[in-house]
Design a protein around this ligand. Structure first.
Ligand code: VGL
Ligand code: ZN
Length: 213
């Protein structure tokens, strides 16, 4: 059971969005090809889905500017620009993403008191989103992840997938992902590799799918 998890391929994380990732929109074409020709049994997409008063927004912390460090619920928290507010265009999937091929959408970041980089659980690791149960119930044996942003939501989702689905092989598709900060991307790559997550490119997936027929 092979699953593709597309992380936060939303307008807000693409150029012109409120928390734009450099070249974020470059992942859309690759993601579409992977959904169509990657041989996956299941496609899941996560969606950052914040209330307008989310505590990760600098706007909720007097005196703080976006990308300052602040505190949320007693823990250090990066202060983000307001982004991906529920129901706004910023929170919508990128308009060119082939959403007809998505089997399941996992929203996250709904609780204003805690951020949720991972598609599996909140940053304080208390509340689960339900995605691990969903994937376990479907007998997923291989989970490939890609999307935005490599150094935040993709990395934390991959590490949680590895920890919460120990029976599954977890792979990070590098060319179908982009990050916010180059140093953060390099560190994320190392962290994922150290955790036993395979680092691959979309060519590998497409070649596997071609040789399987
Ligand atoms: C993300 C920062 C804040 C992400 C989401 O999708 O990587 N980053 N919210
Ligand atoms: Zn967010």
């Amino acid at each position: 059971m092979k699953c593709l998890l597309l992380v936060d391929i939303q307008t807000g994380f693409c150029p012109g969005g409120h928390l734009a990732v450099p070249e974020g929109d470059a992942v859309v074409e690759v993601a579409n090809r992977l959904m169509k020709e990657g041989g996956y049994d299941l496609v899941v997409a996560s969606q950052d889905w914040h209330p307008a008063d989310h505590g990760s927004f600098a706007s909720q912390h007097p005196g703080k500017a976006p990308f300052d460090m602040g505190v949320l619920n007693g823990k250090p928290q990066m202060m983000w620009p307001d982004h991906c507010v529920q129901g706004t265009e910023d929170a919508a999937f990128h308009p060119d993403l082939d959403t007809a091929r998505i089997d399941h959408v996992q929203q996250k970041g709904l609780d204003p008191r805690v951020d949720s980089y991972s598609a599996f659980r909140d940053n304080d690791r208390s509340a689960l989103t339900g995605l691990s149960d969903y994937l376990r119930a479907r007998g997923v044996t291989r989970l490939d992840l890609c999307g935005l942003a490599t150094d935040y939501c993709v990395k934390f989702s991959a590490l949680d997938a590895k920890a919460m689905l120990p029976e599954a092989e977890i792979r990070f598709i590098e060319d179908a992902s982009r990050g916010i900060d180059p140093a953060g991307v390099a560190a994320a790559r190392d962290e994922m590799a150290d955790a036993g997550i395979a680092i691959i490119t979309s060519d590998t997936v497409l070649e596997e799918a071609r040789s399987a027929v």
